[in-house]
Structure formats: structure tokens, C-alpha cells
Write a protein that binds this ligand. Sequence first.
Ligand SMILES: [Zn+2]
Length: 327
Amino acid sequence: MPKVRTSVWASDGYTPSDMSRSVWVACILVFVCSWSIFGYKYPYYHLTPWRYGAIAWIGEEPADPSFFITRLDRTLDRVFAFWGLDPIEPHPRWAEPQLWKQWMGSTERLFATSIRDYVERTFWKLPAPSWSGEPIWPLVVVVYPDRETFRQLTGSKYAGWFSFGQAGLPGPRKLLYGLPALLVVHLTTSEATLAHELTHWLTYQSLTTDAVWIGDLPLYLLEGMAEVCERLFPRPDGDRFMGSGGRWGSTVLDMVAESCLTEDLFPLAMYVLGESFVAYLIEQWGVGGFWANLPAWAEMSGEFVELHEPDWRESLGLPPECGIGAE
Ligand SMILES: [Zn+2]
């Protein structure tokens, strides 16, 4: 008499061993396919020590990594100089992360960042750089090999971004998640974009040192700062918003005339109005004064806008009231 179990398996002509074999084959196929798509091609990143943290090259390390690193360092030096900020000091032993764990002091340990090394199957403790004598989080720069891979794996239409942990990382997010300071770019990201994102990093870092949460500053101000600094370098899309003689073009003036500085600005206006507004404030206060006002601005954003928005509009030859033609 056949066992019930056997008759069930046999009802469509398969035996238990046939079935389990096909399950195994299917599993192996799925594994091989996903390995070839997500695992083999971009199995991990390669880590290179960098003066403020590490560079994580998605996929293979490029043939000449120093080309990118030199460009990054040069851009960063110009960003520091533009904002009149003291440079961040690299940890004296930043190039020896494997040794670092052994002699960390307690404050340094607090700011050290663990990052997995998939090649050596270990964790690195990235040494904390310092700024004005205080340790700060190391920065991990994630570099995709090219724009296409960057877009494909991150799903981002931007040329790069800065994130402070909570924002996470699209694409192979499990590789690098929860790091306190991440810059995500690709090998050919322009210097203009690098300067933009590095300004976000410095703003975040400077405010954190002052115990101010970056999210308390309005987005148009943060993006405005980054855009102002971006202008140090030639932009890939040219200066489409500038008019003649270094003045704002009519597109910007129309946009300013129709909008008020609020968090509800549509994305393009957020950047364009932000840049014009920040440029105006820097003219009035100087770069040092602008940075000195940031913590107070985060606390009293509404009052600051009320105070300075009308003058900014007048400086552009527009009526001081905002929102003509809009609420
Ligand atoms: Zn930005």
C-alpha cells in the first residue's frame, strides 16, 4: 500500500528526489544570478585611507586612485579658503588605520568610525580628525566607478550627495549604513559638485561642534551656501541663471519676484533663491559674519527671514514684499 506522502509527490509525475533536486537547482540559479548582478560585479568596496577618513571605491579600486584623491583634496582646500575656515587637521596616524585601534584615547574612541573591510575581512577604526582642537567624525567618501553605475545602483539623479547617517544610502546600502558622515559621488563628479557637497559637510560639522542641529536651518539657506561655493568652479551646465555683468539673470529675478523664502519652495527655486539670498548676506556681513550668525539663525529662522528678506529683494531692484502673484 503506497504511503500518502509518496502519492502526493507522485501525482504529477515527480518523485521527492526530483522535486528537491529542482528546488536546489532553482536556489543555485537564483544565487548565481544575484551574485553576478549584485555580488560579483560590485561585491564590496575597496578602502583607501584618506586624510579625513577613508575612500570607499565601489567595485575595484581605480587604476590611478591618486587622480581622484588629489582633485578632492584640492577642491576641499579651496572650499576651506573660500569660507575662511581653519582647515580640519588629519589625525597624525590617519594612514595606519589597522594600528589605530591599539592606542585610541577615550575621546578619540567616541568619534572613531568603524567600517567593514570586505577585502581583508575585518573592521577598520577610522581615526577622528580634529577641528579647532576638537575631534570630529571622520568622513567616508563613497566613489562609484562612473556616472551610469552611480545612477543605476543609487537610483539618484543627482551628481552626488552628502549624508549624515540617518539619510542612509540607496543602492548597496547594507555596505555602508549608519556612518555619521558620508559623501557619495562618482569618479567623474565635477569639482563644482564636490565643492557643493563638501560645503554641506563643513556646515554640518561646524554646527554639530556648536551643538546645533543642522535640520534647524532652512533648506534654502543650506542649499544656497552650497550653491554659492559651487560657483568657484566651472559648472557642467554653465551659468544658466546669470545675466550680463555678473548680475542675476531675468529667470532668477522672475523666480524671486513670484516666491517667498519658505520651506515650501519648489526644488529649483530652493537652490536659486537660496544662492541669491546667501550671496546677499555674505555681501552684507562678510563670510566670517555669515558663519557666526548660523547658530542664531537655526534658533530664530523666522525672525531672520523677516528682517533680511525685504532688503535682499530691494537689492535686486524688486519690491520688498514677497509673493507678488503668489500667496
Ligand atoms: Zn545640496
